[in-house]
Ligand binder design. Structure first.
Ligand SMILES: NC(=O)c1ccc[n+]([C@@H]2O[C@H](COP(=O)([O-])OP(=O)(O)OC[C@H]3O[C@@H](n4cnc5c(N)ncnc54)[C@H](O)[C@@H]3O)[C@@H](O)[C@H]2O)c1
Length: 458
């Protein structure tokens, strides 16, 4: 079959895989190829067990794979063959040298730019899909502009706003698609070529364009604003616990103001995921770089509150359980950083588990999708940990239940059955405020939600 467009994506991760699957699904006349240096990942994308769990992803990949969606290890030839190249490699926080623990580590991006330069025999449009510090496109351009001869590269910014857990729906019905380019004749032409792809299924009014720096910065700012809402409501949950105000009632009253809105106003153990923390650090680092100390410190506090919320949660457990956890069995329900994903990167469950193990608690961890990643995250951590799929088996014989992920199934567990199998007095710490806490109290639990009055039998 002759394809109308040939698209490549470098990086077959949580963003590259799902976003390219959506393009392939919506544009059957385009050939979409995804490459990665991690050959195990590519094998997994070509197997029945995809490396990423997202509701709806399996179906689309199985429909398109081998027809117009391909996962390949042959980076060199794929770069040669394609002239529209998305770059969706990881951009973690730097762990070494200047800017350690704050700046974005751009080594993967730079290596990708050099690969593109090395293997390209024709002009290409290179599209930044990774989340990057503002002005990164300049670096890409500098590297790519050293190409010899007539080969020209146009760099676009097209940050991805999908959220894990609802990626397929977000990709299919995005709030907006943002495309930034240089405002030159060739920049605008490249921009139009990318608009054409999304316009296949996204209404034109939702495809917004901007200059390339605004586009790069908008993604960092969007994530910082989302995280800010979580830290704002969590900070108030601490005040609620001191004053008998109820965070659920406060959030409802505040969120009904149409200027504020009700999304992202749920108190809990804090945000996780691979993006929020690293993107805020990235923003903070940029502000320092440009001499904006006050702005940097404003955003840095979002992360401090997130950490504070987790420490507070642990301190509450310790205090409620009579000051010692040594030898006590604690069941953790949910290890993924949010519901509907297997991703555990920066999950609050990692830090909370480590702290509980330091207190010599024994952990049983249950999660419908993330147990494999949980075992990787906690490998080498000292202490007794058991991983059990079935939440009822995991809870049996435990002193306390901790809900750390808002999986839908945890709302509807048979808490009476769980209670019966546990050591008494039985504790329930609801780190996501998802259970009917009065009902659980009536069953016999001593229950500690977040930002609401604890209900105990003491
Ligand atoms: N995960 C999310 O929810 C999300 C949402 C929006 C944006 N982002 C951003 O998208 C980018 C990718 O995130 P992710 O979660 O998909 O990361 P990821 O770690 O899951 O995937 C990145 C992939 O890139 C591959 N890679 C790295 N260097 C490479 C190279 N030189 N050649 C080929 N492959 C290479 C890695 O092996 C890895 O498989 C990041 O910048 C992230 O901030 C992530």
């Amino acid at each position: 079959m002759k394809f109308k467009k040939k698209i490549l994506c470098i990086g077959a991760g949580y963003v590259g895989g799902p976003s390219m699957a959506m393009i392939a699904h919506k544009c059957p006349d385009y050939r979409v190829t995804v490459v990665d240096i991690n050959s195990e990942r590519i094998d997994a994308w070509n197997s029945p067990h995809l490396p990423v769990y997202e509701p709806g992803l399996d179906k689309i990949v199985k429909q398109c794979r081998g027809k117009n969606l391909f996962f390949s290890k042959d980076i060199e030839n794929q770069i040669k063959e394609n002239d529209l190249i998305f770059v969706s490699v990881n951009t973690p926080t730097k762990t070494y040298g200047a800017g350690a623990d704050m700046a974005a580590d751009l080594q993967y991006l730079e290596k990708t730019a050099r690969q593109i330069l090395k293997y390209s025999h024709s002009s290409k449009i290179v599209i930044e899909k990774s989340t990057l510090p503002v002005k990164t496109a300049l670096t890409m351009e500098k590297i790519l502009s050293s190409a010899k001869g007539k080969i020209k590269f146009e760099v676009l910014s097209n940050p991805e706003f999908m959220a894990e857990g609802s990626a397929m729906n977000d990709l299919e019905n995005p709030d907006r698609v943002l495309i930034g380019s240089r405002e030159t004749k060739s920049g605008l032409k490249a921009r139009a070529r990318l608009v054409e792809i999304y316009a296949r299924w996204v209404p034109l009014k939702k495809i917004i364009t901007s200059n390339i720096w605004s586009s790069e910065l908008s993604k960092l700012v969007a994530n910082a604003f989302l995280a800010q809402r979580v830290s704002s409501i969590n900070s108030i949950s601490a005040l609620c616990e001191k004053t008998d105000a109820d965070i659920v009632e406060v959030a409802k009253a505040v969120g009904l103001d149409s200027r504020i809105g009700d999304k992202f106003l749920r108190a809990g153990v804090g945000f996780g995921g691979s993006c929020f923390k690293k993107d805020i650090f990235n923003l903070v680092y940029l502000c320092h770089y440009y001499g904006l100390r006050e702005v940097a410190s404003y955003w840095e506090n979002i992360i401090k509150i997130n950490q504070y919320q987790q420490d507070r949660f642990i301190a509450n457990i310790l205090h409620a359980m009579f000051g010692t956890l040594a030898g006590k069995k604690i069941c953790i329900l949910g290890f993924a950083f949010k519901a509907d994903t297997s991703d555990t990167r920066e999950s609050p469950a990692i830090y909370i588990s480590q702290k509980l193990l330091t207190e010599q608690a024994e952990l049983t961890i249950s999660d419908p999708r993330a147990l494999k990643n949980a075992a990787i995250d906690l490998a080498g951590v000292k202490g007794k940990i058991t991983y059990i799929d079935d939440p009822y088996k995991a809870a049996a014989g435990c002193h306390a239940l901790l809900i750390l992920t808002d999986w839908e199934m945890y709302r509807t567990l048979d808490y009476r059955k769980l209670y019966r199998s546990m050591v008494k007095p039985a504790f329930l710490f609801d780190g996501r405020n998802i259970v009917d806490y009065q009902k659980c109290h009536a069953i016999g639990f001593n229950i500690y939600p977040i930002g609401r009055k604890a209900l105990t039998h003491f």
